[in-house]
Ligand binder design. Structure first.
Ligand code: GDP
Ligand code: MN
Length: 356
């Protein structure tokens, strides 16, 4: 945690596109909000702080997706909350992309989720949550409304952005060949991903050529780094990018490699027979199949999704930080769920470390 309390003035590159310059706002990129009609108030709260800290200057478009039709009330509410110049689209997800696939045995699913529920696993019996995790893992990047975009910044209801961002985050991704951007790293509940790692290893044995020579493998493995009560899952540390904030390079997700990977997992049924989250599924793919130098930790972006916060210490006058620097959780003893230290230990290079 001490590293987080030192001042963050990043990214440390000399090609940042600043607000107001000709190139600002020119990346092929969108905010992506997968929400229900009843999430209206929550998503308005999120996009208001996003507009204030970033997008009033860059004017990137919003794409809203739903497995149901958006109501007129929802659409009006969003348009009223955004500046008149904002570009906004509302889309529906095909049932065939969203719903439980035919090869899942419903009785088996119900029995297994009954058991997970009894062990206290959240959302185990909520079918829509399983569908959502599968959709974010396997299908969102193929939605026709995203076809012309190269980057998507996921935004969820009820989150906050705290610090002014004075450069074009999407152009940073594009100009520096980034495949993924994250803010927070957490351990997962091993009960949700018991067979995920062994299943991925089967896939890797079929496709050894897919492994990236500069991958972040060590970060994924159980290295004995976890505190008490945080057990790994059959070789996987369970550390993952917390995907409620993620900036994805859609070309990576639309690649044959990623699609083969997620199809393989899907066929095994773990989105239903277990409660595989899109976060561990995505994180494992990135750490195995992408160049670790193309995965960027946005330590400078102040962000919170209950109950965790990425609150960087910044030049306050310039960036107006409104959270407590270095504080990962506002209360309680959840600090042990934080695995940012393992990303630093196993993935960051020495010259990156010097910066911190
Ligand atoms: P949590 O953060 O893991 O508790 O999950 P959330 O409830 O925040 O869901 C993750 C994202 O998926 C949020 O953007 C939700 O609005 C969205 N989401 C979850 N379930 C559904 C659903 O059934 N339909 C739609 N349209 N969106 C959903
Ligand atoms: Mn959420």
């Amino acid at each position: 945690a001490s590293v987080l309390r030192t001042k963050i003035d990043e990214p440390n590159v000399d090609n940042l596109v600043k607000a107001g310059s000709d190139e600002a706002g020119t990346a092929k990129a969108t905010f992506l909000c997968l929400v229900r009609n009843e999430d209206l108030d929550g998503i308005i709260k999120s996009i208001q702080t996003l507009q204030e800290t970033f997008n009033n200057e860059f004017n990137y478009p919003y794409t809203f997706l739903n497995d149901d039709e958006f109501t007129e009330e929802f659409k009006k509410g969003i348009l009223n909350a955004l500046p008149a110049k904002a570009s906004v689209r509302f889309g529906k997800i095909e049932d065939s992309d969203w719903e439980m696939p035919a090869w899942i045995d419903i009785g088996d699913y119900q029995k297994k989720m009954e058991a997970l529920d009894e062990q206290g696993v959240g959302h185990a019996k909520q079918l829509s949550y399983h569908n959502m995790c599968r959709y974010y893992s396997k299908n969102f990047h193929h939605h026709p409304m995203l076809r012309d975009y190269k980057f998507a910044w996921r935004v969820e209801p009820g989150v906050s952005f705290y610090c002014q961002i004075d450069y074009d985050v999407f152009k940073f991704m594009e100009m520096n060949n980034k495949v993924y951007g994250f803010t927070l790293n957490l351990y997962d509940n091993p009960l949700t991903v018991e067979t995920l790692w062994p299943t991925v290893m089967e896939f890797v044995r079929e496709h050894p050529d897919y492994l990236h020579e500069n991958g972040a493998f060590e970060w994924l493995k159980e290295n004995g780094q976890k505190p008490d009560n945080y057990n790994g899952a059959n070789g996987y540390s369970t550390c993952h990018f917390w995907t409620n904030f993620e900036i994805t390079n859609l070309d990576f997700l639309r690649s044959q490699l990623y699609q083969d990977y997620v199809d393989f997992l899907d066929q095994r049924g773990g989105f239903y027979y277990e409660r595989w989250g899109d976060a561990p599924v995505r994180s494992i793919a990135l750490a195995l199949f992408a160049d670790k130098d193309s995965i960027h930790w946005f330590r400078d972006i102040g962000y919170s999704h209950m109950p965790y916060t990425n609150c960087p210490k910044r030049d306050e006058e310039k960036y107006r930080a409104q959270c407590v620097p270095g504080k990962f959780v506002p209360w309680g003893n959840l600090e042990a769920e934080n695995c940012q230290a393992t990303w630093i230990k196993y993935v960051m290079s020495e010259d990156q470390m010097d910066l911190y």
